[in-house]
Design a protein around this ligand. Structure first.
Ligand code: HEC
Length: 333
């Protein structure tokens, strides 16, 4: 019931305020056991704090982020909302950054977008109010070597750090950062998705004094593909793995794409692939890896362990689209 209503919120249609009221009423009913106590705390807080963002916070945020901003939800959500007291903001702690997160939400998490529900002024006020929960909160300064993704995708190439104790670094790595703040860590030789991250993009630590440094990836890992060392996806119809060779990356659309050729062991080209990734909107963090592929011979696909292939495993000669769905391993908010 609750989850259904959360979806209503996430796919806004019709009267937003009315839907929100329904959503919060249900949430309220679901949390009746400790409601009285929460209301008393709310009243106490109300007496000492008068802030322009207070009412908006109590009405639209407190049920997930807690009346005191401690991240204790009074409704059931599948991953914890951020505690604002600790001040650990992974999407930026400036009023501007918090307003942006509040307006657009965080795709793939329960954090809903408020752009259609609140005015710009209400969003600004509530963002300022959110900042008051932490005792000391120095505004994060951007290091000049940090690459920030704004309204367009950004792609960086360089040495990627190892994803685990016994795993290699990737000298030819490709990082795709999208405006929705998800980023994708690819090995370019061979081309394969290694991990999915969320948060800030990266810092060009390799541009500093220490030569040969890896890129410093700033996002938190949402999931790794086969523990960061995935097997090939594409095989000939007799089961021999196909090599993937990078041909292009592209940032002209809404989401960054990566393209590559499929080659046999003898260096014959059998097809070409373009892929991009996108989180679904909803209470679970699911990331869809979309593929567009053209092959001149039949091939087979072996989806990564733990991932779900939406499409056939045997592809005849021709053009096809399919997707592979990766599940996030949960937030560590
Ligand atoms: C339905 C539950 C829910 C509601 C309602 C909600 N949030 Fe969130 N919010 C979350 C969750 C969950 C996260 C953590 C997402 C993640 O895992 O990264 C979050 C994250 C955030 C962040 C990002 C913090 C960071 O790490 O940078 C901000 C800012 C934020 N919320 C502000 C708000 C504000 C302001 C409101 C009210 C206008 C609000 N939220 C309402 C669930 C909610």
């Amino acid at each position: 019931m609750l989850l259904l209503n959360l979806r209503v919120l996430v796919y806004p249609k019709g009267s937003m305020k009315a839907q929100w009221l329904m959503f919060t009423t249900l949430a309220f009913l679901a949390s009746c056991s400790d409601t009285e106590e929460k209301q008393q705390t709310a009243q106490k807080t109300e007496q000492k704090v008068v802030h322009a963002g207070y009412d908006t916070y109590m009405m639209y945020c407190a049920q997930c982020h807690g009346v005191t901003g401690d991240g204790t939800a009074t409704i059931e959500i599948d991953r914890p909302a951020r505690s604002f007291i600790d001040g650990g903001f992974s999407f930026g702690n400036t009023v501007h950054a918090i307003s942006k997160t509040t307006a657009s939400g965080i795709p793939g998490t329960p954090m809903p977008p408020f752009a259609e529900l609140l005015t710009d002024e209400e969003i600004l006020n509530v963002a300022e109010y959110v900042r008051t929960f932490a005792d000391v909160l120095p505004e994060a300064t951007l290091d000049e070597t940090e690459m920030v993704v704004e309204n367009r995708p950004v792609i960086a190439r360089g040495l990627l750090p190892s994803l685990g104790n016994d795993l290699e670094t990737h000298p030819r790595g490709v990082m795709i950062g999208n405006p929705d703040r998800f980023s994708y860590e690819y090995d370019a030789e061979p081309v394969r998705l290694l991990a999915i991250r969320q948060g800030n993009f990266l810092r060009r630590a390799d541009w500093g004094n220490r030569g040969g440094s890896a890129l410093e990836l700033l996002g938190q890992i949402v999931t790794t593909v086969e523990q960061g060392n995935p097997n090939p996806l594409f095989y000939t119809s007799d089961g021999t793995p196909l090599r993937t060779q990078l041909t292009a990356t592209n940032t002209s659309g809404r989401l960054g794409t990566i393209s590559y050729a499929l080659m046999t062991e003898d260096g014959e080209k059998v097809g070409s692939v373009t892929e991009y990734c996108q989180p679904t909107t909803g209470v679970r963090t699911l990331i869809e890896q979309h593929f567009e592929i053209a092959v001149k011979d039949a091939i087979t696909i072996q989806p990564n362990e733990g991932a779900i292939l939406v499409g056939a495993t045997e592809l005849p000669r021709g053009r096809h689209t399919f997707k592979i769905i990766h599940a996030g391993v949960g937030g560590d908010s």
